[in-house]
Write a protein that binds this ligand. Structure first.
Ligand SMILES: [Zn+2]
Length: 173
């Protein structure tokens, strides 16, 4: 059996998609994305329990947010322009429509709303928030931009019966 090598994500692992998929291209379907996400969640849940599985999704989202911020966003912009860039990218990549509902720059306290979220919009109602990955993603983006640790919690979610996902973001205590 070949040895299993240790793996740490690098942005370059996304690869050269135009080279590799000259015909099928850069897009897939939301169903395929969700199939991967929710089968992985199911396996992690079974192996490690729900709490740990959610933590792992949060942590993966955080890593994604950090790398996304470093590779796709200009952190030298003032906050409102930085957020405008983030909004543009999330829309361009069909991840979701982001708006900022509350900005408190003094205390670094924010409320973000995402509509038509890639992870959850249209899911069955289970009365639980499910966007742990998004929580981590937003925390990762904010952490790289501000150089401070953030705690992001989803308080409204399609899966809870809401029509939007709403996230509170504050400095980690
Ligand atoms: Zn959600």
């Amino acid at each position: 059996m070949p040895a299993i090598s240790k793996y740490t994500f690098k942005w370059s692992d996304i690869g050269d998609i135009s080279l590799g998929r000259p015909n099928l291209g850069n897009t897939t379907s939301v169903a395929v994305y969700r199939l991967m996400q929710y089968t992985m969640k199911s396996v992690l849940n079974k192996r490690f329990g729900a709490e740990m599985a959610n933590e792992m999704f949060n942590e993966s989202g955080r890593l994604a947010g950090e790398e996304f911020c470093k590779n796709m966003l200009d952190c030298t912009q003032p906050f409102h322009l930085f957020i405008a860039q983030l909004q543009e990218q999330l829309t361009a990549l069909n991840i979701g429509s982001l708006r900022v509902e509350k900005t408190d720059l003094e205390n670094l306290n924010f409320v973000f709303v995402i509509t038509e979220d890639l992870d959850c919009s249209g899911l069955p109602i289970t009365n639980e928030t499910v966007c742990n990955y998004d929580e981590g993603f937003l925390a990762g983006v904010l952490s790289v931009y501000t150089n401070k640790d953030f705690d992001v919690r989803e308080i409204d979610c399609w899966s809870k019966g809401d029509r939007v996902c709403r996230f509170t973001a504050k400095l980690k205590e």
